[in-house]
Ligand binder design. Structure first.
Ligand SMILES: Cc1ncc(COP(=O)(O)O)c(C=O)c1O
Length: 409
């Protein structure tokens, strides 16, 4: 297959995939690849999981879509379940389609509730690439056109910088003190993924929560990647022991289908807030709810939150062992099944070409790693059911490839 008529918006891989099962994808030549990326971090229960498929199929044969003002039974049931698993947040939900759409929704309502235009975000956060979300992605660095009143704070990076946590907190506090009269909300990823696989601490987020409370700013947690079990709890905020006002969910929650959600903390549910209406063709679709319901049922049935913690620990141990023996990889880190490490090659400052070679060699050897934001940082977000032998295979392959990369060719 040499020709296709898709818009060339990124460099597509020469290999074209034909089918998938569990942690594996198979190309048109039946070559098999371990998908260490769970698609684009979405197929958390593996590719074409037959139990999930039969559940979704049953719901699809019953009802998939209604008008925005008409609710399906499945949607009410699912929102009820989310309300329960959200714990103290006691969340009220809306079902949408993509991560960026959920962030747009969260920003739109925050500005409406607090009637101010400003948003504070991390300098290296990723929240999507629609016109609105690109303004908070990397602090709007790549946004065109740029939306005004975006303020940034540095991501707490305890690995590469010498700043203390207290300094990061003070920087946030000082910014808020100076500009809070212009700001409606703060949006943050609980684990900063694209921006370097960085893990701010519970103490950091608890401090951010207190400062937001003091100045009446809404705290939005973008849990597109961390939500729905990725860290071994349903939501990241449950590990940090705080309650955000708004949570965005995407990727994993759709199990590989276009589903996202926004959760509002119960305290936000007032008549005043909902004088602004929202319409989108696929909001609160039975299709979306049936997928989320199937995911919750499966995760509970197989006790997968515990399994994520166990698999994550095994992955981290294996990665740590690799870093101890291979000089080209260091700083292993992770929480649940969200892991990362830094590449290190002496004399290299721009890692883009090197990363590209590494990616290609891993593909040749049958392992797919994160491919769309190459650089110095390796990120691993496999499916929750990945086996220990597949983790071993991935890390051994990485070891071999890193040791044999000819970086100057
Ligand atoms: C944290 C986070 N938020 C939002 C998005 C945007 O989601 P989508 O690509 O589904 O619009 C992403 C995508 O990578 C993400 O990682």
């Amino acid at each position: 297959m040499t020709q296709n008529f898709l818009l060339p918006i990124i460099n597509f891989e020469p290999a074209v995939m034909k089918h998938g099962k569990g942690s594996y994808l198979y190309d048109t030549n039946e070559k098999k690849y371990l998908d260490l990326n769970s698609g684009q971090f979405c197929t958390i229960l593996g590719h074409c999981n037959s139990e999930i498929l039969s559940n979704i199929n049953e719901s699809m044969n019953t009802l998939s879509h209604t008008a925005s003002n008409i609710l399906a039974e499945e949607v009410i049931k699912c929102a009820d379940k989310i309300h329960t698993i959200s714990g103290e947040m006691s969340a009220y939900s809306i079902f949408l389609s993509t991560g960026a759409e959920s962030v747009e929704f969260a920003l739109r309502y925050s500005k409406f509730i607090n009637k101010k235009s400003g948003i504070i975000c991390f300098d290296k956060g990723y929240h999507g690439l629609t016109l609105g979300t690109q303004s908070v992605t990397f602090g709007g660095k790549f946004a065109n056109p740029h939306i005004s009143d975006i303020y940034t704070v540095p991501v707490p990076d305890y690995i590469h910088f010498t700043k203390t946590e207290e300094e990061y907190i003070n920087e946030f506090a000082n910014l808020v003190h100076n500009i809070h009269h212009k700001v409606s909300a703060v949006i943050m990823e609980p684990v900063v993924s694209v921006g370097g696989m960085l893990f701010p601490s519970s103490n950091y987020f608890q401090s951010i929560r207190l400062i937001c409370n003091k100045y009446n700013l809404l705290l939005i947690f973008d849990e597109s990647q961390t939500g729905f079990g990725r860290l071994g709890t349903w939501f990241a905020y449950q590990q940090y022991n705080i309650i955000p006002d708004i949570v965005c969910l995407a990727k994993g929650i759709g199990l590989g289908y276009p589903v996202s959600m926004v959760l509002f903390r119960d305290k936000l549910i007032t008549d005043k807030v909902f004088t602004m209406t929202h319409y989108s063709s696929h909001q609160n679709d039975a299709f979306a709810a049936s997928i989320v319901n199937a995911g919750i049922k499966y995760i509970e049935k197989y006790n997968l939150l515990k399994k994520v913690k166990e698999n994550g620990q095994y992955f981290l141990n294996t990665l740590q062992k690799l870093c101890a023996i291979n000089p080209h990889i260091k700083n292993p880190r992770g929480l649940g099944l969200m892991l990362g490490a830094d590449l290190f090659f002496s004399g290299i400052h721009d890692y883009r070409n090197l990363y590209h070679k590494l990616y290609e060699r891993m593909m040749e050897n049958g392992v797919i790693i994160q491919g769309t934001c190459g650089g110095k940082i390796l990120r691993f977000l496999p499916d929750y059911l990945i086996s220990h032998s597949d983790i071993d295979f991935a890390i051994n392959t990485l070891n071999t490839v890193l040791s044999s990369l000819d970086i100057f060719k």
